[in-house]
Design a protein around this ligand. Sequence first.
Ligand SMILES: Nc1ncnc2c1ncn2[C@@H]1O[C@H](COP(=O)(O)OP(=O)(O)OP(=O)(O)O)[C@@H](O)[C@H]1O
Ligand SMILES: [Mg+2]
Length: 379
Amino acid sequence: MTVAPQILRLSLTDFRSWRSATLQVARRLVVLTGPNGAGKTNILEAISFLGPGRGLRRATLDAVAREDGPGTWAVAAEVEGAQGLATLGTGLATPAGGDGPHARKCRIDREPVGSATAFAEHLRLVWLVPTMDGLFLGPAAERRRFLDRLVLAVHPDHGTRVSALERALRARNRLLESPSPDPHWLEAAEHETAELAVAVAAARAETVQRLAATLFERGAGPFPSAGLILDGWMEQAALDRPAIEVEDQYRRVLRENRGRDAAAGRTLDGPHLTDLLVSFAPKGIAARDASTGEQKALLISLVLAHAELVATMTGIAPIVLLDEVVAHLDPGRRSALFDALGALGAQVWMAGADPAAFAGVATEADVFEIAPQHVAPAR
Ligand SMILES: Nc1ncnc2c1ncn2[C@@H]1O[C@H](COP(=O)(O)OP(=O)(O)OP(=O)(O)O)[C@@H](O)[C@H]1O
Ligand SMILES: [Mg+2]
């Protein structure tokens, strides 16, 4: 059984451009329209903080605090989620006692929880935003982050592991900087690195394999199918060999290449260098060689398939955030997208400057007209 969580009420305080804003929502489709700079993307970004990580702009917690505001901020949502009705809240707060830097706080039904990972029991999130448009042309690091975000929606602990792996690699690199590093310390650093590396690689391999299968099953339609290949030996190995074997192999690689890595000042092998290779299936070409529109359609396919996968793997249909997606589609694809979103059953939040782009769903959606510091339900 799949549940489809729904935000019923969203409120923002001192978040980005918003002093305060409240949106009451009743439907599965939510549309935010209004002029450029009104604060539409900021609202989607606020929702994206109801999950682990840095949100859809990958901003730091300080950066989203309102300029000229108190430096603290809050996002709260009343959710009909996987655990029934709940209030999720997060933000930067003054620490108890009032001294020291602001700290991120997460609450469920007003009770503090350890981190935003706890929100995953109530809802999951996926998004497509314009900054992802250059995904196939940009550096591998961008696609790796995209990939890890895909995995995170299924495995909420994945983000913590990726960060821990980065820290372990930094620790190893620092040890290698010394002219005669302590072999025990090095051994320990490499042990930890290998353990985390295999966990990260295995989660990626599993998610991509299932995502590829989902894309294949969806087949051709208004949104093209994509081929997915993980370019990293460890992800390949994690699919068909026991984790412990892969871990041992990576430890050997690390041990044997200490000299090389010391000279380079970084670790030259491992899942921190993996790339996600995407192909445009209808033409059998690399996604980067597809046209601008084809690349955009491919991204939509990936996000739709991913949302479907999250629903089947976790039993929770993820809330979908789509920023500036609809306006770029021709009318046929636009209505195909609305159909696909309807079939997903999830709550979908769409933002765009052009109200006409949403004409096809205006009667079934909660439409909000957004102006600076002002939210007005259109009906
Ligand atoms: N930390 C902040 N404090 C105050 N204002 C901010 C902060 N960060 C961003 N802004 C402002 O928020 C405004 C609205 O941004 P947002 O991206 O949400 O607009 P939008 O409605 O999505 O516009 P567009 O249609 O152009 O995408 C921008 O003018 C930006 O300068
Ligand atoms: Mg915007």
